[in-house]
Design a protein around this ligand. Structure first.
Ligand code: UD1
Ligand code: MG
Length: 457
């Protein structure tokens, strides 16, 4: 049994922010959510998060990231005063029951579960009381240093502020990620003292105490220092965003997606894209967006929680949010597809067209300067330039229903609630205030039926 503790009580003073550090986002999600995801992929049992600053918001972010990911329990321990990392873990002790306790910080978003797996496996194989991850840094300033004995065995960690000149020359640092034997960890937490420069209870002192007790403490030296970097400043936040993005784009390219200019393409790590899709520069693709195969996206397109099937074209400067687009559709340039919209196969939505909470049937077209809100448009209908569904009467929203193979003339105003029957036509400039029977032509203000239409096919 493996329990995970995430330390996330600190404010993160160096962020110079009103918002707790772990709530700042990279890749569209809070820092702490990335750590939760890495822990979940490892197959951990309990998840205990230490919260303090903005406890309710941090708790909500952790719950959102952790729910449905297989944890047997999601618990929170409040550390109302931040007296140090040792004190933080002590607050979690009562929630812990696993044999092994993995301790993580909430501010290490690039952490991969494979790295945690290596740590936990080494911990078990070597039969250690504790095992930690270290990395070598060209500039180790600020970090805890790994002090080794003459025989090169781990001896203790000394924090930068408490280190001697000689100790500060050590380039191997503590990454702040540990596996502990619970039965060794919990009693040692109770023995910590605050005899250090910051007057805090240091979790790192537990390791020295265990060594002094004759227990085995192992160190796993990790080569990828960037992966284990904790974020402390806005500069580091931006650097991490760039790294995470390149990692995501790398994954997509390995899967057969063309990214024309990786430095100018922004894709969250939650996004899925099918092979032979091309993403042009300036595009921002986020959230739960899924894109199929053979699509062309951009340049400068924004997709948020969009579901896009195969062979869809989303041209320059278009925005799609919480909407789905079926295969073969062509969107934009300069189109806005808003939440609740479903575009059918081979639909065309052109420039300066806004579609909100509407369903367009297969082959329907709205190519120029149109607003479709709370509307249903049947298959193969054509919406002329300048058409507006007048869906709002100042108090309530109303629906517009347009049948199949309807021809809406340019500049038609459809005053909802209103229905236009299959095969009907409206003349240019019509203001439609009453339902239009199928296969009739209406014109004028207000629109009146002027003739029955022969169906062509
Ligand atoms: C810590 C380690 C240091 C290591 C570094 C790696 C200690 C004493 N030092 O230093 O050896 O090189 O991480 O990044 O552990 N937190 C709480 N409650 C507290 C204090 C901290 O929840 O009372 C949380 C913070 O919110 C943060 C994490 O613990 O998520 C680490 O704390 P931080 O202050 O960043 O520790 P460092 O000084 O970076
Ligand atoms: Mg830190």
């Amino acid at each position: 049994m493996l329990d995970v503790v995430i330390m996330a009580a600190g404010l993160g003073t160096r962020m110079k922010s009103r918002m707790a550090k772990v709530l700042h986002a990279v890749g569209g999600r809070p820092l702490v959510a990335h750590v939760v995801r890495a822990a979940a992929a490892l197959g951990a049992d309990r998840l205990v998060t230490i919260v303090g600053h903005q406890a309710a918001s941090v708790e909500a972010a952790v719950r959102h990231a952790a729910e449905g990911r297989g944890f047997s329990e999601i618990a929170f321990a409040l550390q109302s005063e931040q007296l140090g990392t040792g004190h933080a873990v002590q607050q979690a002790a009562e929630h812990l029951a696993g044999e092994t306790i993995l301790v993580l910080s909430g501010d290490v978003p690039l952490l991969e579960s494979a790295t945690l797996r290596t740590l936990v496996d080494a911990h078990a194989m070597e039969g250690n009381a504790a095992t930690l991850l270290s990395v070598r840094l060209a500039d180790p300033t600020g970090y805890g240093r790994i002090v080794r004995s003459g025989s090169r065995d781990f001896e203790r960690i000394v924090e930068h502020r408490d280190a001697s000149e000689a100790e500060r020359a050590i380039d191997e640092i503590n990454a702040g990620i540990y596996a502990f034997d619970r039965e060794k960890l919990v009693p040692a937490l109770g023995r910590l003292s605050t005899g250090n420069e910051q007057g805090e209870y240091y979790l790192t002192d537990v390791l020295g105490l265990l060594v002094a007790d004759g227990e085995r403490v192992g160190v796993v030296l990790h080569v990828d220092a960037a992966e284990l970097a904790g974020i402390n400043t806005r500069r580091e936040l931006a650097e991490t965003e760039a790294r995470l993005k390149l990692r995501t784009l790398g994954r997509l390219m390995d899967g057969g997606v063309t990214i024309v200019d990786p430095l100018n393409t922004y894709v969250d790590d939650t996004v899925e894209v099918g092979s032979d899709t091309i993403i042009h520069p300036g595009s921002m693709i986020s959230g739960a967006t899924v894109i199929g195969e053979g699509c062309e996206i951009g340049p400068n397109v924004q997709l948020v929680d969009a579901r896009i099937a195969d062979n869809v074209l989303v041209r320059a400067m278009s925005v799609v949010e919480k909407a789905s687009i079926a295969s073969g559709a062509m969107i934009g340039p300069f189109a806005r597809i808003r939440p609740g919209t479903e575009l059918g196969e081979d639909v065309h939505v052109g420039n300066f067209v806004e579609v909100k909470n509407s369903v367009l049937g297969a082959g329907a077209k709205a190519n120029h300067l149109t607003y479709l809100g709370d509307a249903e448009v049947g298959p193969r209908s054509n919406i002329g330039a300048g058409t507006v569904t007048c869906n709002y009467d100042g108090k309530n929203k109303h629906r517009t229903t347009i049948g199949a193979e309807v021809y809406i003339g340019s500049d038609t105003m459809l005053v909802a609630p209103v229905t236009v029957g299959d095969g009907a036509k409206t003349g240019a400039g019509s203001v439609v205030t009453k339902d239009v029977p199928p296969n009739t032509l209406v014109v004028g203000v207000p629109a009146r039926v002027i003739r029955k239409l022969e169906r062509e096919s």
